[in-house]
Design a binder for this molecule. Structure first.
Ligand code: COA
Length: 255
């Protein structure tokens, strides 16, 4: 799987999104590869921490829009997307992300489930689900209002407005901002610090921090998934996806 490079060293498993020519947009195969890697990492005692990183110019353009058009009913909870989303939400060990450039859709929502997030100063976060005729996913409809406050979450999720690395840091979604060329190495250095700590203590502390909301997060993800699957089949989404692929503005007025 060249689109996601998986490498393990010094207790750190690194998933590098590597579909640069398509702006690291996620195909079903990429979700599947990441979900499998997280399962392996959870079970493998030699892995203490997982890092998710992209390129200095792009973290991820979100779901592959061509895949959205052809996915049909595969938004079900058995899909690779769901395996990945559940995998990051319930991952028991520390998850660290390095984000540079655009982080669109799942590129932003996955960060709600990471423990540490380091951003390049070029990072641009966005959750434009409504603009695509879809709805929030990855429990972002629960976690964004909780983290950002309702009104800022509404700006991000209803208007689909992008926000900067500075805003993300102010909201608590990002730990530190560095030049883009340094984000991946900072994430790796922090991951190695974590990997040197006692693993049972890391796992137990993360579990205790997350346990209050875990059931709620998984339930919200399930409900979002049902709605997302329905909206995926509807004319607004089809128009939005076709417009993106035809490099034009969508025309929702005709629907
Ligand atoms: N799905 C499929 N292909 C995508 C994609 C996506 N989500 N995002 C980008 N690409 C493709 C483009 O179609 C283009 O392909 P082409 O070279 O064959 O024409 C290539 O990647 C480069 O993208 P481009 O838009 O030219 O790059 P950019 O630097 O001008 O803009 C983004 C980068 C990320 C801002 C822009 O690509 C974008 O907005 N993508 C869609 C994001 C989105 O809505 N994702 C869904 C979220 S739920």
């Amino acid at each position: 799987m060249q689109d996601v490079l998986i490498d393990s060293a010094d207790g750190v498993m690194t998933l590098t999104l590597n579909r640069i020519e398509k702006k690291n947009s996620f195909t079903q195969a990429m979700y599947g590869a990441c979900a499998d890697a997280l399962l392996r990492a959870a079970d493998d005692a030699s892995v203490h921490v997982v890092v998710i990183q992209g390129h200095a110019t792009i973290f991820s353009a979100g779901n592959d829009i061509g895949d959205f058009l052809t996915r049909g009913g595969a938004s079900s909870q058995e899909s690779q997307v769901f395996r990945f989303l559940r995998g990051i939400a319930a991952f028991p060990k520390p998850l660290v992300a390095a984000v540079c450039g655009p982080a669109v859709g799942v590129g932003t929502t996955m960060l709600f489930h990471c423990d540490l997030v380091y951003a390049g100063d070029n990072a641009a976060f966005s959750m434009p689900f409504v603009n695509l005729g879809l709805c929030a996913e990855a429990a972002s409809s629960l976690l964004a209002p909780r983290l950002m406050g309702y009104h800022r979450a509404a700006e991000a999720l209803l208007l689909g407005e992008p926000f900067t690395a500075e805003s993300a840091m102010e909201m608590g979604l990002v730990n530190r901002i560095v030049p883009p060329s340094e984000a991946n190495s900072l994430a790796q250095a922090q991951a190695r610090k974590l990997a040197a700590k006692p693993l049972p203590s890391l796992i137990e502390t993360k579990r205790l921090m997350k346990k209050g909301q875990m059931a709620e997060v998984l339930a919200q993800m399930g409900e979002e998934g049902e709605s997302f699957g329905r909206l995926l089949q509807a004319p607004h989404a089809k128009e939005a996806f076709s417009a993106f692929l035809e490099k034009r503005k969508p025309d929702f007025a005709k629907l």
